[in-house]
Design a binder for this molecule. Structure first.
Ligand code: 5GP
Length: 195
């Protein structure tokens, strides 16, 4: 029997995996929401989180919302491709749906934080890592404080994390500057070869 080349999601097929990362507040979820709206056929991984839903968020769309014990079970069962603690909550990527799609050669987009991107770099080195950068630090502060969904201490934690995340840009394969959501979506979809 001849092993078919690229049959493992860890192998060459992982080239179809695109990871979108960048500091909190830079607009990653807006970009993902726009892709969901304009290109509903592009499959987006839905992460698991222990964070409480924000107004307007729906179970199974932006996230699967679980409690700490539920998250612990997913970690213990090896069911997450990567996971990280971010600003007091845990976030992770369910492994099976991603591996199934990559196994079929279909494009997959993950929107995750820097720690998660580094884990993917380690386990799936063929993935393409895309860094979404703000037009300026001032603009990032404005977006994070203007969102109005988090209390000041949480915003402060997210700004601290953003300083660290911005310094990691050089670890990524591609940087896209978020001057326009539409432009970033077009560039991302072109990179993913889905348009
Ligand atoms: P938020 O609470 O603003 O939705 O997300 C906070 C941070 O967690 C963002 O940087 C977001 O990209 C990241 N994040 C969302 N899902 C995942 C995931 O599955 N894994 C990791 N490592 N980070 C995630």
């Amino acid at each position: 029997m001849v092993a078919s080349e690229g049959s493992s999601a860890q192998g060459p097929l992982a080239r179809r995996l695109t990871v979108l990362s960048g500091p909190s507040g830079v607009g990653k979820s807006t970009v993902v929401a726009e892709i969901r709206r304009s290109h509903p056929r592009v499959w987006l991984s839905v992460s698991v989180t222990t964070r409480a839903p924000r107004p307007g968020e729906t179970e199974g769309v932006q996230y699967h919302f679980v409690d700490d014990a539920g998250f612990d079970r997913l970690v213990a069962g090896g069911e997450l491709l990567e996971w990280a603690e971010f600003a007091g909550n845990r976030y992770g990527t369910p492994r099976r749906p991603v591996e199934e799609r990559l196994g079929r050669g279909e494009p997959v987009l993950l929107e995750i934080d820097l720690q998660g991107a580094r884990q993917i770099r380690g386990t799936m080195p063929e993935a393409r890592l895309v860094f979404l950068a703000p037009p300026s630090w001032e603009e990032l502060v404005r977006r994070l404080t203007g969102r109005g969904t988090e209390p000041p201490d949480v915003i402060e934690r997210r700004l601290d994390a953003a300083r660290v995340e911005l310094a990691a840009e050089k670890e990524f394969d591609v940087t896209l500057v978020n001057t326009s959501v539409r432009d970033v979506c077009d560039e991302l979809l072109t990179l993913m070869a889905v348009q």
